[in-house]
Write a protein that binds this ligand. Structure first.
Ligand SMILES: Cc1cc2nc3c(=O)[nH]c(=O)nc-3n(C[C@H](O)[C@H](O)[C@H](O)COP(=O)(O)OP(=O)(O)OC[C@H]3O[C@@H](n4cnc5c(N)ncnc54)[C@H](O)[C@@H]3O)c2cc1C
Length: 351
């Protein structure tokens, strides 16, 4: 059994002080002090002995739980706002339906009621080898090897992987935030900073133990989503999974189109989930769509462009090779749906 201290912070300064006093060198080791929000991911990791924090700093009561529309039209999502409250907030439903559908496509209502926005960004991969303490895994134990590369890697990456790690980021919410160009605001004892969403999650390279660019002693305060109303009428989050309810994406596509009165695409947003170590936004695909008439032929060209560097991992029936045609078809289908009327893929009763 791992013993740990539990403290609860009343404000942000206290939360930072409580983290620093337990882990003064801010090194991100398995036994470093951690913030805990909803606990839906961290407690699982502790039960599996994948992390053994010497102190948990409970941030769930911090006044960072609101969703606000800022005067310039950005929508500010508090890090402690629950996923369910965020998805059902009137401004998010109306102006960011892509984000609302992506959140509701993830997990059960019970999880969505506990899970916080900050915690969603920092959830760890679902790679079975990462969660199996007996299997070599560079993400869990740097230098031990990657079991997935030659093992069962059906769930794994086809883009941006390295010889050290082929795990994928599991979040649905983050795929929409990547497409919408969100910005993460974090605070540490050294001050505050904004992190563009594209720079928040990392590709594995030779340091797959690091999922993000956030330091161990940095607290996410809020996430700002730029005004995106121009995409509201034509946006889709398409999630493909092994079964219909309460499970992670095999692949997902966040697609949003700003349609001009001439019937052409003014601008587009496109990001993928389940394909890489981070939510995968493809700017070249978005540029290719701008100015086009929304037709299957151009959508197929876009899919080919996105997948030009795709590489499967794993062996035999455990290979992720099936994801390449699956992603190709999902991109085309999501763009077709978005161009038509942007029907969200998710229905709340199906989880
Ligand atoms: C059965 C199940 C099914 C799920 N299915 C899906 C799914 O289909 N799609 C999907 O996207 N997700 C899914 N999830 C994951 C779920 O969305 C995450 O567990 C949840 O979002 C994590 O939020 P939390 O507040 O509980 O985080 P916690 O577990 O409290 O924390 C997670 C990590 O974030 C850190 N942290 C939390 N808040 C902050 C902050 N403000 N600043 C800095 N660090 C912070 C913690 O230190 C910890 O390392 C599922 C989870 C479960 C248990």
């Amino acid at each position: 059994m791992n013993h740990f201290e539990y403290t609860r912070a009343a404000d942000v300064q206290a939360a930072l002080a409580q983290i620093v006093s337990a882990s003064p060198d801010a090194t991100d080791t398995p036994d470093a002090a951690r913030f805990i929000a909803g606990g839906t991911n961290l407690l699982d990791l502790m039960q599996e002995h994948l992390v053994r924090p010497r102190r948990l700093v409970d941030i769930s009561r911090l006044p960072l739980d609101t969703v606000q529309v800022l005067p310039d039209g950005r929508i500010r999502l508090g890090a402690l706002a629950r996923n369910a409250d965020t998805a059902h907030h009137p401004a998010v439903r109306e102006q960011l339906p892509l984000l609302s559908s992506a959140i509701l496509a993830g997990a059960s209502p019970q999880i969505l009621n506990m899970a916080s926005n900050g915690g969603n960004l920092l959830q760890r991969t679902r790679c079975a080898y990462f969660h199996d303490a007996q299997a070599p895994c560079n993400k869990r134990e740097p230098g031990s090897g990657c079991s997935a590369r030659k093992g069962v890697a059906r769930q794994h990456a086809i883009l941006g992987a390295s010889e050290h790690c082929v795990a994928v980021h599991p979040s649905d919410m983050c795929v929409a935030l990547a497409a919408l160009g969100a910005v993460v605001h974090a605070r540490s004892p050294r001050g505050e900073r904004d992190i563009a969403f594209a720079d928040f999650h990392r590709l594995p390279g030779d340091t797959p133990q690091m999922d993000t660019t956030l330091a161990q002693d940095e607290l996410i305060e809020f996430i700002d989503v730029p005004a995106s109303q121009q995409y509201a009428a034509h946006s889709v989050y398409l999630k493909l999974r092994e079964r219909q309810s309460h499970t992670f994406a095999l692949v997902s596509v966040a697609a949003a189109l700003d349609m001009g009165e001439d019937g052409r695409i003014r601008s587009a947003r496109l990001a993928l989930g389940g394909v890489a170590h981070k939510p995968w936004r493809d700017l070249s695909a978005e540029w290719m769509l701008a100015g086009q008439v929304p037709e299957a032929a151009i959508f197929k060209e876009v899919a080919a462009l996105v997948l030009q560097s795709a590489v499967p991992h794993g062996v035999g029936s455990g290979s992720s090779s099936f994801k390449i045609p699956m992603v190709r078809r999902a991109i085309v289908r999501a763009l077709e749906m978005a161009a038509k009327d942007g029907t969200p893929s998710h229905h709340p009763s199906t989880g």
